[in-house]
Design a binder for this molecule. Structure first.
Ligand SMILES: Nc1ncnc2c1ncn2[C@@H]1O[C@H](COP(=O)(O)OP(=O)(O)OP(=O)(O)O)[C@@H](O)[C@H]1O
Ligand SMILES: Nc1ncnc2c1ncn2[C@@H]1O[C@H](COP(=O)(O)OP(=O)(O)OP(=O)(O)O)[C@@H](O)[C@H]1O
Ligand SMILES: [Mg+2]
Ligand SMILES: [Mg+2]
Lengths: 256, 256
């Protein structure tokens, strides 16, 4: 039975996509069978995995929209790397919110579509847009865990409180098994005071300290360069900080 | 008559708030009278200007929601700096989307509320969340210009095409005077190849080259440190790259 993990934070640019792509790849490197679901219309995880959505390909849009009778297997694409598969996204996904406005059970479209493949993976990692849209709610309705990337910056730390409230509400109203499994500090820059200050705030705050992973993702330009190459950083340059940090995080998550 | 500028980009974390706060401050430093409107429920621009929204204060939420009869003047707060005023945001703003779902003319709530004060400022800068929500549409309906921060990173560059489409649609359907006034490159790091490559792509692409400001915002940790101090970077440390770059941008924007 797969661990179904939503990677979410309404604050933008904190490393959600970087975490889905690179943690997913690091888990596959450790022999886990991983499915990545790109639920962001900006389809950044799809780009980061080097997958080019051509005209014929089915995407997560086809799964959640009402017009199509597409089976989930038709939407799963392989990547260059063993044990790492993807359900790609597409810009059309932005229209799903309006299309589903009057549809009964619209928050469970993803869960209904993916329920039948859960046994085939060890991990399902889902990327979300930086907003609490119907797409993010669909991801929360299906997930059993939420992994929260938190940039070591003041705005990102300030966003945590609201995010915890949101997840508590989802747990009460939509998905009783949903829990926050962890917070991973990202963009850590040991040369700057603000990074240390925010990391200290995370480890001192009683709401967050027990959830904070030991693995910290350092700021590392190889992570962005690897996006350009359409490869996760662990497959782009194993010796980089980005690769080392995401492998550390993968080890910690596998231990559970 | 004020120049009414929306600072927007659906890609998260590209420096929208940093641009609103720091460009706004730099413009006020040059003697312009500036109003900042924080239309993001995460109220980051409010935090960045050191304004603490206490129980009694009226916010932009009071202006757009239906229950309150609040005049715009009640929502305007001064900051520590001359010529720089703010309409703060509040987390309650996230609820406005649902509350306004059946309200006639819901996209023009902000425009209707702020129309009467346009004569009193030289610039009105509006911060937006990283999504195309009703809040962002309200900002686009009121603005006459859109300033787009674009991080010199692959995902941010990829987001431009969709953003241009969105703005074209808003111009056709809601606000015929809306135009993109410029793109400002942000987080530029001269030490990394990816930054140079994306800056080159911006200046070579015929869709973007004529819109690209000469001023480039370099990556600079003083920008985040200044957030911690609740001060725009031009008032926190005038000699920093962040302050120098935003003053350059302000000069270019004043020249129009
Ligand atoms: N540790 C890191 N060091 C340096 N750059 C990083 C790091 N993690 C991510 N990046 C880069 O920073 C940018 C923001 O990260 P990313 O897009 O993954 O964040 P996000 O939370 O998914 O953003 P959005 O809110 O738009 O979905 C990207 O260009 C990415 O390549
Ligand atoms: N030029 C810069 N150099 C270094 N850090 C920066 C720079 N500009 C902004 N930052 C910091 O990077 C983070 C992201 O910037 P910011 O929050 O302004 O982006 P945004 O587009 O408003 O994000 P969101 O999409 O969440 O609204 C913040 O912590 C900010 O302080
Ligand atoms: Mg993302
Ligand atoms: Mg912002």
């Amino acid at each position: 039975q797969a661990r179904i993990i939503a990677v979410a934070n309404e604050k933008g640019g904190v490393g959600k996509t970087a975490t889905v792509v690179n943690l997913g790849a690091a888990l596959s490197l450790k022999g886990e069978k991983v499915l990545i679901v790109d639920m962001d219309p900006q389809h950044n995880a799809t780009i980061g995995l080097g997958v080019d959505v051509s005209g014929e390909m089915k995407t997560v849009y086809d799964l959640v929209s009402t017009g199509n009778n597409v089976s989930v297997r038709e939407t799963i694409v392989g990547t260059e790397w063993k044990g790492l598969e993807l359900i790609p996204s597409h810009v059309d996904l932005a229209g799903a919110e309006i299309e589903l406005i009057d549809v009964e059970g619209r928050e469970n479209r993803l869960k209904d579509a993916l329920g039948c493949i859960v046994e085939e993976y060890d991990f399902i990692l889902m990327d979300t847009p930086p907003s609490l849209s119907l797409l993010t709610v669909n991801v929360f309705a299906f997930a059993s865990e939420v992994l929260i990337p938190c940039q070591t910056q003041p705005y990102a730390f300030a966003a945590l409180e609201g995010l915890f409230d949101t997840i508590r509400l989802i747990k009460e109203e939509i998905n009783p098994v949903l829990d926050i499994s962890g917070i991973v500090a990202t963009f850590f820059d040991s040369r700057t005071g603000v990074s240390h200050r925010i990391l200290d705030k995370l480890s001192d705050d009683k709401r967050y300290k027990s959830l904070l992973y030991n693995a910290v993702i350092r700021v590392n330009t190889t992570i962005s360069t690897s996006v350009d190459a359409g490869k996760p950083v662990v497959f782009y340059r194993r010796s980089s900080y980005g690769a080392i940090d995401y492998i550390e995080l993968a080890k910690e998550i596998i231990k559970g």
